[in-house]
Design a protein around this ligand. Structure first.
Ligand SMILES: C[S@@+](CC[C@H](N)C(=O)[O-])C[C@H]1O[C@@H](n2cnc3c(N)ncnc32)[C@H](O)[C@@H]1O
Length: 195
């Protein structure tokens, strides 16, 4: 059993972040430099909003964050350069649906499907979601843009990811230090999208 209120939970609370997931994106960005000032970023499955809390200041006043989640909008998340939407990402037809006149510089996805506790079902649901996000990239991500996505470990996921590598200049895998020890998740960090 993991301790629910662990070190990163307490740290996030002390630092007024909405979730402990902030430290995963922070580590990813420090290591792989996915975000920069002025970027337009779409944050898929943003709720409650700790990734947006990290991304908003990082992209600064010239940049923008567009957060989408199926959950009702989190009113506690107030950022001057972020816009939030209550929406299923599969309803998205393009950046213009979110009021962006151009494709995004960065696509972030920390989405997770609801889990059943049955390993094979959960792995398959997770992979469906991951595959669907990869399929959306041509309409969301600009050529040369960066992409971060959470994936649940499975052989099928590994096989799928191997086939996606050629769509980017570089692809990295990372299990951030703040990931709970029981979790099977890792992140794919893909840079330089080849449209
Ligand atoms: C782990 S949470 C994200 C935490 C967030 N990155 C943060 O730092 O606060 C995953 C989110 O994905 C959302 N999600 C799952 N499927 C989705 C879908 N099809 N469209 C939009 N959001 C979805 C869930 O509602 C959930 O809020």
């Amino acid at each position: 059993m993991f301790k629910v209120k662990d070190h990163y939970y307490n740290k996030a609370k002390d630092e007024k972040y909405l979730a402990r997931s902030i430290y995963k994106l922070e580590e990813i960005d420090q290591r792989f430099k996915v975000l920069k000032s002025g970027d337009f970023v779409v944050d898929l499955g943003y709720f409650p909003g700790s990734w947006a809390q990290y991304t908003g200041p990082k992209v600064g006043p010239q940049g923008r964050v567009f957060g989408i989640d199926i959950q009702p909008i989190n009113k506690k998340l107030q950022l001057p350069n972020a816009t939030l939407f209550e929406k299923d990402i599969f309803e998205l037809k393009g950046p213009e649906d979110l009021g962006s006149e151009r494709a995004f510089d960065v696509v972030l996805s920390d989405m997770a499907p609801s889990t059943t506790g049955i390993k094979t079902v959960d792995q398959a649901r997770s992979l469906d979601l991951v595959e669907s996000v990869f399929n959306l990239l041509p309409i969301l991500l600009r050529p040369g843009g960066n992409f971060v996505i959470k994936v649940f470990e499975s052989q099928d996921a590994q096989n799928f990811l191997k086939n996606q590598k050629s769509r980017f200049n570089e692809v990295h895998y990372l299990r951030p230090k703040s990931t709970r020890s029981v979790s099977k998740e890792f992140f794919v960090i893909a840079k330089g999208f080849k449209a």
